[in-house]
Write a protein that binds this ligand. Structure first.
Ligand code: HEM
Length: 457
């Protein structure tokens, strides 16, 4: 094969390559690479070669190649000490067995139930905000998303019993995230991680045992996991159930909180579009209505705004694979041993796909324009292909409900007018953002949320 490897971006330092710049300003580095070399280029993180690939054709190869050639398990190996061998951290055969079971947890009738739980939890949050005040939006939304996840996944009865201890332990787990250091070093953060895992197992073990005795009593995610069997008929053991719960919380809660907070911020920064959203809420879901599936489907302007946030402020930014067999991207070959990355900050901003890409313009998804439909791999905030996000509908539904109920009941103003992006290792989110809120006259506190029309059986 006489193809070349991708060209190296300028500015690599001896020994370190682009490692410091990558940590400090990954987006700037990727932008420079794209300007210098176009859709395929290389950066160097110390001795590790990394190919960055951009554009729907290469994004398709990235997401559709088999795990055998482009492996997902290895770059995320540092998560193993937190979650064990679950989902894509599991060996390929085990992953293949787990994935359909996890997908089943999000099927339509389950989702209808989750959307009802979301409405109840968001309403409880709104009811305790009071008539007016100021809040730090990001912290509030993280808390709210934890309440929703706790109630949907653990079930209300367990979440009430152990909820906040669970989230404190979860925070210890989350703070141990470290892709560089060996995970078994005797550092305080790793010791806290192991203690948190042990305590979570201690709390959940008797609950799982109780649930096994009464398989039909509860209708929640935990019960579904407890009732689930491997293809050969074996039960899921306690550790796998806890690992799956933790893995899904990790994949789902900071990511959702980040994009939900951005949805509110970007709407407040774009009052013309917000007026369309307000009109839609008053027409489709005025205060006091239960948002059933029919109404939900009519909240189009909100769902387009949520999609525009996926494009402009994606929270899962670091999508990587390890190359196990040479893979060709355009004129270049990326050899075995390299890493490959896609880059949403460029891929989601290509003018060939998105008209005036820098603008917040949710109407680009409206019928007639449907810019995201021109190519299946144009928009990839939830990934694509084999490992496409299992919780995408859950997250989109939750962001829609939070946005709809908040703007239905409150007038809001941004005090922090232009928050920056806080790039974390797990997920990125807005920096701390203060907003001022005032309850609308139509929404007196304490009016009970109407019961769902299609009440949960
Ligand atoms: C806005 C919120 C979310 C975003 C932006 C997001 C993003 C992503 C992305 C980009 C991937 C693909 C990773 C890759 O290819 O390397 C992914 C995978 C995944 N996500 Fe999400 N996610 C979100 C919410 C959720 C939720 C709520 C859950 C579940 C509760 C979830 C569960 C998963 C799982 C299980 C996978 C792995 C799928 C597989 O490999 O089979 N995500 N997510």
């Amino acid at each position: 094969m006489n193809q070349q490897t991708p060209p190296l971006v300028s500015g690599a330092l001896p020994g370190l390559g682009h490692a410091l710049e990558f940590q400090r300003d990954r987006s700037g580095l990727v932008r420079r690479g794209f300007e210098e070399h176009g859709a395929v280029f290389a950066i160097k993180l110390a001795s590790q070669n990394v190919a960055v690939v951009i554009g729907p054709e290469h994004q398709k190869t990235f997401f559709m190649e088999t795990d055998k050639a482009l492996n997902i398990q290895e770059p995320y190996r540092f998560l193993l000490s937190m979650f064990g061998e679950v989902l894509f951290l599991a060996p390929p055969e085990e992953y293949k067995a787990q994935r359909p079971l996890v997908q089943e947890l999000f099927k339509r009738e389950k989702m209808l139930h989750y959307v009802d739980v979301m409405q109840v939890e968001v309403q409880k949050w709104l009811d305790q905000l009071g008539d007016e005040g100021e809040m730090e939006l990001v912290g509030e939304i993280v808390w709210l998303v934890q309440e929703v996840a706790g109630n949907c996944f653990l079930g209300p009865e367990i979440h009430q019993r152990i909820g906040r201890e669970f989230w404190d332990l979860y925070a210890d787990l989350s703070k141990s995230l470290d892709p560089l250091l060996p995970p078994n070093l005797p550092l305080p953060k790793f010791i806290r991680r192991d203690r948190a895992r042990a305590r979570m197992l201690e709390i959940l073990r008797p609950i799982i045992a109780e649930r096994r005795q009464q398989p039909a009593l509860y209708d929640d995610f935990l019960q579904d996991l407890v009732n689930r069997r491997h293809p050969d008929g074996r039960e899921f053991d306690e550790e796998l159930i806890v690992n799956l719960l933790l893995g899904l919380m990790f994949a789902g809660h900071e990511t959702t909180a980040g994009q939900a907070a951005w949805s509110i911020i970007l709407l407040l920064q774009n009052p013309e579009y917000l007026a369309l959203v307000q009109e839609e809420i008053e027409r489709v879901a005025p205060y006091g209505t239960h948002i059933d599936p029919r109404r939900f489907a009519q909240l189009e302007h909100i769902s387009w705004a949520v999609r525009e946030v996926e494009r402009l402020r994606p929270s899962a930014e670091m999508l990587m694979r390890t190359v196990h067999e040479d893979v060709t991207f355009g004129d270049y070959v990326v050899p075995k041993g390299w890493l490959v990355q896609v880059a949403q900050e460029i891929g989601h901003n290509l003018p060939a796909l998105f008209d005036r890409p820098g603008q917040f313009d949710p109407l680009r998804y409206a019928p007639g324009r449907a810019e995201d439909k021109a190519d299946r791999f144009a928009l990839f905030g939830f990934g694509g292909g084999t490992h496409k996000c299992t919780g995408m509908n859950f997250a989109n539904n939750e962001m829609t409900i939070i946005t709809a109920l908040l703007f239905q009941q409150y007038d809001l103003t941004l005090v922090t007018t232009n928050p920056g992006i806080n790039r974390g290792l797990g997920a990125s989110r807005p920096e701390k953002t203060i907003i001022r809120y005032r309850r609308k006259a139509l929404a007196p506190a304490g009016v009970p949320t109407p019961l769902p029309e299609a009440a949960v059986a």
